[in-house]
Design a protein around this ligand. Structure first.
Ligand SMILES: Nc1ncnc2c1ncn2[C@@H]1O[C@H](COP(=O)(O)OP(=O)(O)O)[C@@H](O)[C@H]1O
Ligand SMILES: [Mg+2]
Length: 317
């Protein structure tokens, strides 16, 4: 549904995007995650046709965002970072104004306002001036304006920044609801935001995409998925464990892990870290080796970095 291909954007000497490519299918809720200055806002502005790329293309349903800009903008709802709202208009005046600008037929506007206000929880403040709303309600008004022309795609740039923890929970809940029947790209510098609302994460750093996939896929690819930790009860013959384990197919190396002595009465154990080649899963072979050698297998697990550590590692350099 959205195809972004080799996008580059330069602001004078600043290279904000350097060859960004990804695609988003209908119905996906994608988190565009990256530290401040990574290029998220620049990318959203190009997809929504607000600024032009230096090179590369973006299409929505096969239509180019530049040459078919009007058509593309009809399909997209956009909540900019720091959405400008007209503070002296009432919520319903504002939504009627935006609906008119976006080409909603005059006789359909009242119903659209009502439907959208219901979706985002604005019904009880429709007559209130925007300037008098709490920040959480102002952000709901921002979401409402993005959805007023009933677009298939929503692009939300840091939708919860500046909100308090309760408002954050409410807006995330709202985004999950909205995402059930729309395609959503949500940008944020905040990992919990993505894990709370999205089924796919694209990580961007210094204008380049450094990871793209479901949380599980990213953990598998970038989380040291080929490291295993095995803990064996100490018994006769355990001294051979490192060489036996190192002799298994796909095992690259076996390292003893320092361990405190077992408390009195408990059996002492030996713990090893096993590095496997590629993305091989050596757990079945390790288990068989234990059975054959007569060792008691106390624990065997794949060691993975959590997403927070992966995000840090990918975006620190
Ligand atoms: N209008 C602009 N003029 C000059 N530099 C800009 C402009 N907009 C963004 N930048 C720079 O481009 C880079 C990416 O910015 P941005 O897309 O806003 O990142 P993000 O939204 O991920 O924080 C940053 O280094 C930023 O300072
Ligand atoms: Mg930004």
């Amino acid at each position: 549904m959205i195809e972004v291909s080799s996008l580059a954007k330069e602001y004078g000497p600043i290279r904000a995007l350097q060859g960004v490519s990804f695609s988003v299918s209908r119905g996906e809720v994608v988190g565009f995650l990256g530290p401040n200055g990574a290029g998220k806002t620049t990318c959203m502005k190009i997809i929504t046709g607000f600024i032009a790329a230096t090179s590369g293309t973006a299409t929505v349903d096969g239509k180019d965002v530049v040459t078919d800009g009007v058509d593309v903008r009809r399909r997209i709802g956009y909540l900019p970072e720091n959405a400008p709202l007209y503070s002296d208009m009432t919520v319903s005046e504002y939504l009627a104004f935006v609906a008119g600008v976006r080409g909603v037929p005059k006789d359909a506007i009242a119903k659209r306002i009502n439907d959208v206000a219901m979706t985002v929880g604005l019904l009880n403040v429709l007559g209130q001036e925007i300037g008098t709303l709490s920040k959480g309600y102002r952000q709901r008004a921002g979401l409402a304006q993005a959805m007023i022309h009933d677009p298939e795609i929503l692009i939300l740039d840091e939708p919860t920044s500046g909100l308090d923890p309760n408002q954050i929970v409410e807006i995330r809940e709202l985004i999950r609801t909205i995402g059930k029947d729309r395609t959503v790209i949500l940008s944020t510098h905040n990992l919990p935001e993505v894990t709370a609302t999205c089924n796919r994460i694209i990580i961007i750093h210094r204008g380049r995409i450094v990871a793209d996939g479901t949380p599980d896929q990213i953990r598998g690819k970038h989380g040291g998925g080929n490291t295993f930790v095995v803990e064996l009860a100490r018994r006769d013959g355990i001294d051979r464990a490192p060489s036996v384990l190192a002799g298994l197919a796909a095992v690259r190396q076996v390292l003893p892990i320092e361990r405190a002595e077992a408390p009195a009465g408990a059996a002492a154990t030996a713990t090893f870290r096993i590095d496997a080649a590629g993305d091989a899963d050596v757990r079945a072979d390790v288990f068989d080796a234990c059975v054959k050698s007569g060792w008691t297998l106390v624990e065997l697990k794949r060691e993975r970095l959590d997403l927070e550590s992966i995000f840090q590692r990918l975006t620190l350099a």
